[in-house]
Design a protein around this ligand. Structure first.
Ligand code: XLS
Ligand code: MG
Length: 344
């Protein structure tokens, strides 16, 4: 293999089966158990929300946050596991009901900024320079409730404060078009990279692409990946799958659309994703029906599918494909791809 990929997931990817229509279906597990499973599966890093790293973060002082983070760092070092990124979880608090950076309430906007600065402090101790911003509630249910231009200004203002707080950190915006909002202010990778240009240090603002979020925007994940990579701005990746326009499913990678998964892997291969140390993360959830004894299979399976598709990308007959393209015989090209995926 010309390139070895590094893999990661987050503690929330070992979820307990809760959905809006019913309670959990698996008993809660400790963080230590999750870290142990990650290690056992042979993954390289863990991704964190600020409160995955420091539970009850809102009730802790800055000194307490630093102390808890140092303890976590020791634990990760002991297991030889890196922290890939830290993301402020700005969608649970009573202060973020109307959004975080774009709330209509100035006190709540300030809360969001303060909490993001604490996230940066955590990242520094965990030795990662990557801050992920999934802008969950930055948008509207009722269009007239907010001023969308102001929304963009608030987002830039918040990112500028983060960039000023630590000169080394990089911000990776994770766009998603909807859910929980009706419409989000940063729905696609194009929006994310455009807003990056408005900040005080555009070079330190890039993006994270999640396959399912592209599908929810009606876009092709591999085109979105190529778009971000052509700007050298794809700093992290959440591979998963999504069956059409419905609730965010976070299915195992390749579960719904193998051909789309193949194209995502192919475009990563073509553009040498990972050559600057980027990780392949799986933002996948177990099906609600999953029994506790099968709890981690969706992660192992996503990585297996990914690696099999790496092989498919590397053994794809490119010269045959080029001839078909030169002849504008896209019907043959289509079948060439299908038969390659189906195998002998
Ligand atoms: C939700 C997001 C979330 C982020 C991390 O849709 O994918 O899990 O990846 O904040
Ligand atoms: Mg994600």
């Amino acid at each position: 293999m010309s390139q070895k990929y590094k893999f990661c997931f987050g503690p929330w990817n070992l979820s307990e089966g809760w959905d809006p229509y019913g309670p959990t279906t698996r008993p809660p597990q400790t963080f230590d158990w999750k870290l142990g499973e990650l290690k056992r599966l042979g993954f390289d890093a863990m991704m964190f929300h600020d409160d995955d790293a420091v539970p009850d973060i809102d009730s802790k002082s800055e000194a307490e946050i630093r102390k808890a983070t140092r303890e976590l760092k020791k634990k990760l070092d002991g297991e030889g596991i890196a922290a890939e990124m830290v993301a402020p979880r700005l969608w649970f608090s009573p202060n973020t009901i109307d959004g975080a950076y774009t709330s209509n309430n100035p006190k709540h906007r300030q809360y969001a900024i303060d909490r993001s600065l604490r996230t940066i402090d955590i990242a520094r101790i965990l030795d990662t320079d990557l801050i992920v911003l999934w802008l969950a509630r930055e948008g509207t249910y009722v269009r007239e409730s907010k001023n969308p231009r102001k929304g963009v200004e608030y987002l830039v203002e918040a990112m500028d404060k983060m960039l000023a707080h630590d000169k080394r950190i990089r911000l990776a915006i994770e766009p998603k078009p909807n859910e929980p909002m009706d419409h989000a202010y940063v729905p696609t990778i194009g929006h994310a990279l455009a807003i990056a240009q408005q900040t005080r240090d555009p070079k330190r603002v890039g993006a994270l692409i999640e396959s399912a979020h592209c599908t929810l925007a009606g876009l092709d994940p591999s085109d979105e990946i190529a778009f971000a990579m052509s700007f050298d701005k794809l700093w992290s990746l959440h591979l998963n799958d999504q069956n059409g326009l419905k609730f965010d499913q976070d299915k195992p990678f390749g579960s719904t659309n193998l051909r789309s998964a193949f194209n995502q892997v192919r475009v990563l291969e073509q553009n040498k994703y990972g050559s600057n140390g980027e990780y392949v993360c799986f933002d996948v959830h177990p099906f609600r029906t999953t029994k506790p004894e099968h709890w981690v299979a969706h992660l192992d399976n996503s990585r297996r599918t990914f690696l099999k598709l790496v092989e498919k990308a590397r053994t794809y007959n490119e010269s045959k494909a080029r001839q078909m393209i030169a002849d504008r015989d896209y019907q043959a090209l289509d079948q060439h791809v299908i038969e390659h995926l189906l195998g002998k």
